[in-house]
Ligand binder design. Structure first.
Ligand code: NDJ
Length: 652
């Protein structure tokens, strides 16, 4: 069914291509039958039972496995987003290679005999960094995201003129497997409510995809007013605890005829660092699905397989305070983060089997799991010792500190450095006005770790230092707001820090290329300049280890470590935050590891405190729901916006 790899076709060839594809594709069609409130596929009644799987959260080598399991669960369709920032890392630079090869994923879906519901945004939410929008948009600080702002629309048009023509051959009526395409994402939940923007997008999609593809919108019930648009099929999203009858009745005000559609039926939910692990009960999820299928609705289950926020790709929400999403996107989904069928999957499969034929045959068993360790890591050196490797082009100078966007660093870390021009001989208040640490700051004086400042959570430290002392602040971007943000989520030191009564000026900014350094196989410990006896603050640790047998999927456990980043064989596994929880292990897919005795390398960048024994283990099961070690409660004191020290309440 899948067409050959599509060429890069200028839109002027569209009519010719359409003719050729129509001749080749015969009478393939996917349409809304408003007379009978249903979809028609090639003229026959059709209801999709779909599941969400995000290719950008699963290593490419595992795509076929996950899609096969979805098909064997009884699904006939897979739904996924296309994150703009995953494919256009810099303006005009495009990446559709490796785990970013969207077209290879489309082909894998076709091989698995799954139709596709595609959601290219431009905004996708999805607990993904900046909701999929590229951070480089913020290099125009006053840009108005998700509106008719000409600067925003120019970037959107440029991106979609690259992406959408490549998708054209993959449309169902052209011989591909894409049956429908979503415009924007829950736009009705965004404050702007800019119909001009939505009309612009609808016009662009029509111009580049033709007039046959079904275009639709998705909104929560409260968002239908601003999120729906004439000419786009209106769908809703809601979870098992919501009132389906009431919501579908509301939907009927926008779509009086045609099939009822829930585009995001939540099978679980997302996790935030520092909050309890989210779950949704099997009984609630299966009851809701059964009731919808009985109504004849088409349903997409969000998520059917969640996967992982590798690297720095997690997004964040703002609920009174900044809440970064965890590395695991297990989502308590029917297929676990490690790709294993769960009891929830079998229960849903039983429900689906009551309404439509499901493939015969068993689901594959859970993948083999591996335990290993404990392994002792050795100290490579503190991060400052590698500054010339981490920032080979040298620092950017400015009187006041510059944001990540201003120094063109999208994610990860920037080091801010200044030198004291006066002596503070007593512990002196050090803070950043207007909650200006975005998002975490690791503070060193002359290389000695002083402590952490955290957005919304920890606003002050007390420092001492002599004139000329080096003040280093490592700023960590914990992921950009992906939902509901009423302003752009700039990162870095957004205000000049204050020490005592003085504003600190004359800053050096070092954008750090940590991933490049870690990928360098040359042993870091041979490169470091300083040999700190007791490492303090951001520090690299590593070791190598063989896997003697075949190995298997495994879960990296970091007992006693605090917070940091992990790489295995140069692959950025994501963030760990053992001290904050609820996630205490990181999923390690078997394909990342070398077996049969070949050496694997693991590198940690620990940002705070190393355990007395710098050891790690690989477990055969995940820990995603550790009761929170501490509930951090900071009260903002009214005078200086500074917070008191944390009251650490034992979570046990
Ligand atoms: C806590 C608010 C989170 C907002 N996101 C919501 S409601 N969701 C709808 C959104 O469309 C989807 O991308 C996901 O982000 C999903 C939650 O997993």
């Amino acid at each position: 069914m899948a067409p050959k790899k599509p060429l890069c076709l200028p839109a002027l060839l569209l009519p010719l291509l359409t003719l050729l594809l129509r001749l080749g594709a015969g009478t393939r069609s996917f349409v809304v039958d408003r007379e009978n409130d249903r979809f028609l596929l090639d003229g026959a009644p059709f209801r999709y039972v779909s599941g969400s799987l995000h290719y950008f959260r699963v290593p490419r080598v595992l795509w076929a496995d996950r899609l096969f399991k979805m098909r064997m669960s009884g699904l006939n369709t897979v739904q996924f987003y296309v994150p703009w920032n995953y494919h256009e890392p810099e303006p005009g630079v495009y990446n559709f290679n490796g785990s970013r090869d969207l077209f290879a994923f489309l082909n894998e879906a076709s091989v698995a005999n799954l139709l596709v519901i595609l959601r290219p945004g431009p905004y996708i939410c999805a607990e993904w960094d900046m909701g999929g929008l590229p951070a480089w948009l913020l290099q125009k600080p006053d840009i108005h995201l998700r509106t008719s702002d000409p600067d925003f629309l120019a970037a959107v048009d440029s991106w979609f003129k690259v992406l959408l023509p490549r998708l054209y051959p993959w449309l169902y009526h052209n011989g591909g497997n894409i049956i429908s395409i979503q415009v924007e994402n829950e736009y009705g939940s965004y404050r702007a409510c800019d119909f001009g923007y939505m009309r612009h997008l609808a016009g662009l999609f029509r111009a580049l995809l033709g007039d046959r593809i079904l275009l639709f919108t998705t909104d929560g019930p409260e968002g239908l007013k601003c999120g729906s648009l004439q000419g786009l099929y209106t769908t809703v999203d809601f979870g098992p605890a919501d009132n389906m009858t009431k919501i579908f009745a509301l939907l009927r005000k926008y779509e009086p005829r045609g099939p009822l559609v829930n585009s995001e039926y939540y099978t679980g939910w997302l996790d935030y660092w520092g909050q309890n692990h989210s779950t949704r009960s099997i009984s609630a999820v299966t009851t809701g699905l059964e009731n919808m299928l009985r109504l004849g609705a088409s349903v997409n289950m969000y998520m059917f397989h969640g996967g992982t926020n590798f690297g720095y790709w997690n997004g964040a929400d703002e609920k009174g305070r900044f809440l970064p999403i965890t590395t695991s996107y297990d989502y308590d989904a029917p297929i676990s983060e490690a790709g294993d069928p769960t009891p929830k999957l079998f229960a849903l499969r039983n429900v689906i089997s009551e309404f439509q034929e499901i493939p015969l045959g068993p689901l594959p068993p859970p993948s083999p799991k591996m335990m290993l360790g404990p392994l002792t890591l050795h100290l490579d050196g503190d991060l400052l010792a590698f500054l010339d490797f981490l920032c080979p082009q040298g620092p950017i100078r400015s009187i006041l500190p510059l944001s990540f966007e201003a120094v063109k660093q999208d994610r990860g870390f920037v080091l801010y450095r200044t030198y004291l021009t006066y002596t503070v001989s007593e512990p002196t208040q050090f803070w950043v006005p207007n909650n200006g640490v975005h998002d975490r700051a690791y503070v060193m004086v002359d290389g000695v770790f002083q402590g952490v400042l955290e957005r919304n959570m920890k606003h002050q430290l007390f420092l001492m230092g002599t004139v000329g002392a080096k003040l280093d602040i490592l700023l960590e971007n914990m992921g950009r707001l992906s939902f509901g943000s009423n302003s752009s989520d700039f990162k870095g030191l957004l205000e000049p820090p204050i020490l005592g009564q003085r504003v600190l000026t004359q800053w050096l900014m070092f954008p750090l290329k940590v991933d490049k350094l870690v990928k360098w196989w040359f042993p870091l410990q041979l490169m470091k300049r300083s040999h700190p006896q007791v490492p303090s603050g951001p520090t690299f640790y590593s070791t190598t280890f063989p896997i003697l047998g075949e190995g298997g999927d495994t879960f990296l456990f970091l007992p006693g470590w605090t917070k940091g980043q992990v790489w295995i064989n140069g692959f950025n596994l994501g963030r760990y935050w053992t001290k904050r929880g609820p996630q205490e292990t990181l999923y390690v897919p078997r394909p990342l590891l070398f077996s049969r005795g070949a050496l694997n390398k693991i590198t940690l960048l620990e940002l705070e405190n190393v355990p007395p024994q710098p050891q790690i283990q690989f477990l055969d099961r995940p820990i995603l729901n550790s009761t929170l070690h501490k509930t951090y409660i900071y009260s903002l004191s009214p005078d200086t916006q500074s917070a008191s020290e944390p009251m650490e309440l034992s979570g046990h």
